[in-house]
Design a binder for this molecule. Structure first.
Ligand code: PEP
Ligand code: MN
Length: 341
């Protein structure tokens, strides 16, 4: 919202009236005089702001609404349905699995384990974005099939990453929720291709992206056909390397409470160490996240990627208990939506 001041108005007094309402402001000044405030730009707020009420503040000439750069995101809402599972519907969702799909037996064991403990989604990379070209790159298309079969046997939804525009349709044949990795948040060709699959998308935040850039990436997906976007906070780069990344829970609160969007938090990549996963997963739900994404491995010491942050079975079970997730009584397979043509 833009609050325009009357000529000669007492800007400090108007500012006090706006701040008293708990609003977050930026002042705009006249080009010829940096001290002459002419407008205040009011950021979106979790409290309802009545433009007509602001227009009645002494010294205010008018109040207008700025055009949004992401109109589809603005009307998206807090819930996305993924093959019958509501993300953001009140009950926290858990997306769990290994960093990478390593073999049919590995993914079968992990699917059985996470389903029994109440996770709704199986995560795991078939195509892995690795910093080094010599590191394990994923088993590709084969791994998509192993993952889909394991998920179907245990009534789980599949979330997995598409790394290229060319791969997106194939990944969408196997995934219920298409994942865009952090390194690809602004790969616009991939965003468009992913949107065109007609699947909902889990959009991970790039490690140096502002919230506005993240929302604009979500707008790309929605404007090209994605049936919903779930934002995933997975930590951003900071000056401090005490943890792998800096998990930005302030942004999670902002997106959940002010923008009213579904956000899933990934404390595994956010911290890089398994001993910090439980406290940050709990914190994520406390600040408004719709769910968490957790890496778990039957034998983390032998994991082909991200072993130090993977929860071994006992610790994963403990975290699920601490999050208050009820174990599942039975895990019957559920029909999936068809891929849009
Ligand atoms: C992942 O979830 O497998 C992954 C590679 O995460 P990120 O894109 O957040 O690094
Ligand atoms: Mn990983």
């Amino acid at each position: 919202m833009i609050v325009t001041l009357q000529l000669g108005a007492d800007a400090a007094q108007v500012k006090r009236a706006l701040v008293a309402r708990g609003l977050w402001l930026t002042a705009l000044t006249a080009p010829h005089d940096p001290n002459a405030v002419t407008h205040f730009v009011v950021a979106p707020s979790s409290t309802r702001v009545d433009a007509q009420e602001l227009a009645r503040i002494e010294g205010v000439a008018s109040v207008s609404v700025a055009a949004s750069a992401h109109p589809k995101v603005d009307v998206h809402g807090p819930v996305v349905s993924v093959a019958g599972v509501s993300v953001g519907g009140g009950r926290p969702v858990v997306m769990a699995g290994p960093c990478a799909v390593e073999s049919p037996s590995q993914v079968e064991a992990v699917a059985a384990r996470v389903a029994a403990l109440g996770a709704q989604f199986l995560r795991g990379g078939a195509f892995k974005p690795r910093t080094s070209p010599y590191a394990f790159q994923g088993h590709g298309g084969e791994a998509l099939r192993w993952m889909r079969d394991a998920a179907d046997r245990h009534g789980l939804r599949v979330v997995t990453e598409a790394m290229s525009e060319a791969e997106a349709p194939r990944v969408a044949e196997y995934a219920d929720l298409l994942q865009i990795g952090s390194r690809n948040m602004q790969n616009f060709a991939l965003l468009k291709a992913s949107g065109r699959t007609g699947r909902p998308v889990l959009l991970k935040r790039a490690m140096s992206a502002s919230v506005e850039e993240w929302l604009l990436a979500a707008e790309y997906l929605l404007s090209h056909g994605a049936t919903g976007v779930i934002l995933c906070e997975r930590g951003i780069r900071s000056f401090d390397d005490a943890t792998r990344n800096l998990l930005d829970l302030g942004a999670v609160a902002l997106l959940s409470h002010v923008h009213r969007l579904p956000v899933v938090v990934d404390p595994s990549h956010g911290t890089g160490r398994r001993d910090l996963v439980a406290p940050l997963a709990k914190a994520a739900l406390a600040v408004g996240a719709a769910g968490v994404m957790l890496e778990t491995h039957d034998d983390p010491g032998r994991a082909l990627s991200d072993g130090p942050q993977a929860l071994p079975p006992e610790q994963f079970a403990q975290v699920m208990g601490e999050l208050g997730v009820a174990p599942r009584a039975s895990a019957a397979p559920v029909a999936r939506a068809e891929v849009a043509s």
